[in-house]
Design a protein around this ligand. Structure first.
Ligand SMILES: [Cu+2]
Length: 170
């Protein structure tokens, strides 16, 4: 075998080995970037409640937005066909419009009392499945003022397209 043949075999082998190393490295970098730099995380287990008793189970007995610290808020939301409930049951309006000041960190705590729903908040990393009785939880920081639409992205019936709300950052 000529020396140039050996060299070309070596180059072919190298060309095949390189991607087999580079692809897993690129995937690890992508996972690290999405979880640490972009804040995208797989849902952890935040517990289960009885979906037939969502109304009586804290914190879902009093849904809504509350301040829990300086620039920190909790938004407790109940998903129901075909709306988000973020106001206490005695508040007849049940408008889903939450307003927080700029720079706030908002933790969304959500469950469903009937069927599968999904919560996607515009321009954030929040994209959760809302499973009956399962507590979903995610936090986002809102530095840019504006309106952040949130929608149900899991088809939940004929009124699915009415299921949306707004988080207003002032
Ligand atoms: Cu829905």
């Amino acid at each position: 075998m000529q020396r140039s043949d050996r060299l070309s075999i070596y180059l072919y082998e190298f060309a095949w080995i390189l991607p087999s190393i580079a692809i897993p490295v690129a995937m690890i970098v992508a996972i690290a970037l999405s979880s640490f730099a972009m804040g995208i995380n797989v849902q952890a287990d935040y517990g289960r409640i009885d979906p037939t008793r969502v109304n009586e189970t804290p914190p879902f007995d009093r849904p809504g937005l509350r301040q829990v610290g300086p620039n920190r808020y909790e938004a407790v939301i109940v998903a129901e066909i075909w709306r988000w409930i973020a106001a206490t049951p005695d508040d007849k309006s049940r408008r889903v419009e939450l307003t927080v000041p700029r720079g706030s960190e908002v933790t969304f705590i959500v469950t469903s009392r009937d069927v599968l729903h999904g919560l996607k908040i515009q321009n954030t990393a929040i994209n959760m499945m809302i499973i009956p009785g399962q507590i979903a939880r995610a936090t986002a920081k809102f530095d840019i003022p504006g309106e952040y639409l949130f929608v149900c992205h899991e088809y939940c019936g004929t009124g699915h397209h009415f299921m949306y709300g707004v988080l207003r950052v002032e």
